[in-house]
Design a protein around this ligand. Structure first.
Ligand SMILES: Nc1ncnc2c1ncn2[C@@H]1O[C@H](COP(=O)(O)OP(=O)(O)OP(=O)(O)O)[C@@H](O)[C@H]1O
Ligand SMILES: CC(C)(CO)[C@@H](O)C(=O)NCCC(=O)O
Length: 390
């Protein structure tokens, strides 16, 4: 199966067979809105009974009931939360809102609802109702992050990877040895969640110094107009111009007695004090680089401390701050490796920014199984689990 970052192919039971349609879930965060939606390839409609035994071996037999399976793609899109109207326009233009579930508690209401998580699911309830005529069915943000991460780690073959010395290496996940792990979601702010199983987790820590801090401070300091511009700048910069290194303090030497190399940052932005320069005297790219390093390092260190607190060896990092950026991932990996003396491992996720939205999408399954499923399991579950069997 071709698993590209923005699309996942898979199977889905046709929604009309269950008397419902739903192809859309949202995660409306402080900075970004993440959209996950399923599109059906109608020409690929196949009969469930002609399928391989993948579903059956997973316990997803539909018994005596016979109905077709549709094939399609799971799409991923994102919008800035400040431009929520673009998102509404996108949903409307693709008519994604027309496929929502009917309220099963009150079918007479005849109102569509779509699954939504993140703070914006609360903040923008009325906006969605007024503009698209849909209710947002709210799912808890932490529940969704965990459900999304667990789903990806179990179902998608090349999902988790390490990033060490510029090398991306995919990690084989043993489903029987997945838990416990620490999930660190770096969004506007950062949540750290100890995951012990499906739906079994505890948010053990967090920090307000996250992706929003990088983008907010970076915008003020560099006058960048977009997040991508800030990232691009940080690629070109040299953090040593503005960070105070151990070597700057120790006359070029390591402080080997306590394990610090001369190249280790002793104080982020520390040179700005002794240099006696103004902001304009520094290149924006150097400032951007120092900032990215400072924030990534700090998150890596706090993550390690929490992993240590609970004896966790594996830390999975998600959230849109990461954006598959080599320098960000390298800094986080080095921080985790350095502080844990190689005991803990930092891993990243291909669908990093979509954990919450995927978790909200998976949560449709709850309704189908509990309330709506007539003679087989929901369309969503076999579809997702089938991913792992390609
Ligand atoms: N195009 C972009 N525009 C703005 N921020 C971006 C962009 N791409 C990546 N980012 C980074 O991603 C962060 C947001 O990540 P994410 O979408 O995971 O969090 P969120 O859901 O908006 O925040 P929270 O969960 O704290 O409410 C931003 O703070 C920024 O650092
Ligand atoms: C408030 C949330 C959960 C919203 O997504 C996130 O931004 C976050 O985890 N912030 C960090 C808050 C803290 O624990 O200090």
């Amino acid at each position: 199966m071709d698993l590209r970052h923005n699309e996942i192919e898979g199977n889905s039971e046709p929604t009309q067979s269950l008397g419902q349609t739903s192809h859309l879930a949202l995660d409306i965060g402080g900075s970004l809105i993440k959209v996950v939606y399923f599109s059906i390839s109608r020409d690929n409609c196949i009969d469930r009974e002609q399928e391989s035994s993948a579903n059956d071996t997973l316990g997803f037999s539909n018994g005596n009931c016979k109905h077709p399976i549709l094939q399609g793609r799971l799409h991923f899109a994102k919008f800035e939360t400040s431009k929520i109207n673009d998102c509404l326009e996108f949903i409307s233009s693709k008519k994604l809102h027309l496929g929502g579930f009917q309220h099963h508690e009150n079918p007479g209401k005849n109102k569509n609802f779509i699954k939504a998580t993140g703070g914006g699911a609360y903040k923008f309830t009325e906006l969605f109702k007024e503009n698209l005529g849909i209710d947002l069915d709210k799912e808890d943000e932490m529940d969704c992050l965990v459900a999304g991460a667990n789903f990806l780690l179990k179902a998608v073959h090349h999902e988790a990877y390490t990033y060490i010395d510029g090398q991306k290496e995919f990690v084989q996940i043993d489903q029987n040895d997945l838990y416990p792990y620490l999930l660190v979601n770096i969004g506007s702010g950062v949540s750290m969640i100890k995951v012990d199983g499906d739906g079994k987790f505890e948010r053990v820590s967090g920090t307000n110094v996250g992706g929003g801090t990088f983008w907010g401070l970076g915008r003020l300091l560099t006058k960048c107009k977009s997040f991508d511009e800030l990232l691009e700048l940080s690629h070109q910069g040299n953090n040593r111009v503005i960070d105070m290194l151990v070597g700057d303090i120790y006359g070029g030497m390591d402080y080997s007695k306590i394990g610090l190399l001369s190249t280790t940052i002793a104080s982020s932005f520390g040179k700005a004090v002794s240099d006696n320069k103004e902001l304009e005297d520094y290149k924006p790219e150097d400032v951007a680089r120092s900032l990215l390093r400072m924030i990534s390092n700090n998150i890596g260190q706090i993550s390690y401390l929490n992993a240590l607190r609970f004896g966790l060896k594996r830390i999975f990092f998600g959230g849109f701050f990461i954006r598959g950026q080599p320098y960000t991932m390298d800094t986080i990996s080095v921080a985790v490796h350095f502080w844990s003396k190689g005991e803990a491992k930092a891993m990243f996720l291909q669908h990093e920014g979509f954990l919450g939205a995927l978790g909200a999408y998976v949560s449709y399954a709850k309704h189908s199984i509990d309330d709506l499923c007539l003679c087989s399991l929901t369309w969503a579950v076999p579809f997702f689990l089938a991913l792992g069997h390609e």
